[in-house]
Design a protein around this ligand. Sequence first.
Ligand code: HMG
Ligand code: MG
Length: 286
Amino acid sequence: MPDFVTLFEMGPRDGLQNEKLFVPTAQKIDLVDRLSACGFRKIEVTSFVSPKWIPQMADAQEVMEGIYRHPSVTYAVLTPNVKGYTAAKKVSADEVAIFGSASEGFSKKNINCSVAESIERFKPLLEKAREDGIPVRGYVSCVTDCPYDGPTPPEKVAEVASTLFELGCHEISLGDTIGAGTPETIGRLLDAVLGAVPADKLAGHYHDTKGRALENIEVSLEKGLRTFDSAIGGLGGCPYAPGAKGNVATESVVDLLDRKGFDTGLKRDLLAEVAEFAKSLRSVDA
Ligand code: HMG
Ligand code: MG
């Protein structure tokens, strides 16, 4: 049996959140429905965040209510606080994600609070999710470099990751938010984080700004990670991280994993079609 790798599809959320023009709700729903047919186990659909901060995700409720819910897919959403969590619960999100940072500069720009304040803000959300039986994923951004603060010490990432893990996040996704990581810095980062969180509870979330995301996935595979975040057609970026281009393209990761003998359960022909569709949405922005 080939080793299985889970790809967590980010296109509808991390991809579309960065478009300058509003992608119509019906097209977002279409994208998620097409992705659901590809064999993903996990799709991040949208974000329940302030529409003033991220106008692209203002239709989160409509998108969640409009998609076809394939029974074998977990439909996840971002929730920065209890307000977002309550809205996500109302539309029966299967999983929610809190998103913190290993750097102070990005935390302030992205969620308007310090790293310590963000942890305090997450605690009541985690408590509610525990009561409701809804799994919570935890993101740590800027794991190697921050667009505001420069290089991030691996120990700081390990500290934030282990705090989120101990507070109840079932998985920690390590975000190379601006795609500045290299196999060397990602390797050092993982050596530090693996002392606090086991490999099977970690995910690699690598943006491909400098074209090194696939190499960073390879080093992460060597360190034992088996979950990676990627976006169909390489959609993506982050509005509060200048220079953050797309997430690594799902179809490229599938090609890499296939060559290395890993199984992803994804249908490559369908993925290629959806990648074209995803790119056509991006051109709305052109
Ligand atoms: P704030 O202004 O400090 O919050 O923003 P507040 O509590 O003072 O509320 C201000 C206003 O926002 C109020 O409305 C609230 O009701 C509203 P007003 O009275 O002014 O009309 N509000 C909300 N509305 C809808 N949903 C909510 C919500 N919460 C408050 N959940 C806040 C703090 C966190 C809300 C804001 O900073 C925010 O929404 N930030 C989101 C930023 C974001 O989504 N960034 C992109 C995702 S992270 C990412 O891409 C990185 C990742 O991919 C990993 C990686 O690559 O590293 C995950
Ligand atoms: Mg991201």
